[in-house]
Design a protein. Structure first.
Length: 111
């Protein structure tokens, strides 16, 4: 199992791995923070941006990762619509814990 994982990991070129890390960090911010938090707002703005000239904008990242940008947006809108609100105290604790730290670039698999 580990050998298969390492083989797949080697297949992804470093540039693509970086873009995947940016994409995953953004999804993590949407999952982790309440709608009113700055990291959530920044992640949502990035996803809804129509910018195409900047290589780290949402659309170019989706193109490199071979994702349909509109399908990703639709799925995120549906997910956010049925997300229960986070209690304010928990949201503040998460936001303060992350302040001043570099963004999380990889997420852990759950399940």
């Amino acid at each position: 199992m580990r050998e298969a994982f390492r083989a797949r990991r080697r297949e992804i070129v470093p540039e693509r791995r970086l873009l995947l890390a940016v994409f995953i960090a953004t999804l993590d911010d949407l999952r982790r923070y309440p709608v009113t938090a700055k990291p959530y707002a920044a992640a949502w703005r990035w996803i809804m941006s129509e910018e195409e000239r900047w290589p780290l904008a949402f659309r170019p990242v989706c193109d490199v990762l071979e994702l349909d940008a509109e399908a990703v947006r639709a799925r995120l809108r549906a997910t956010v619509a049925r997300r229960p609100p986070m209690p304010r105290t928990q949201a503040l604790r998460l936001y303060r814990a992350r302040r001043g730290r570099p963004p999380v670039l990889l997420c852990r698999a759950t399940g």
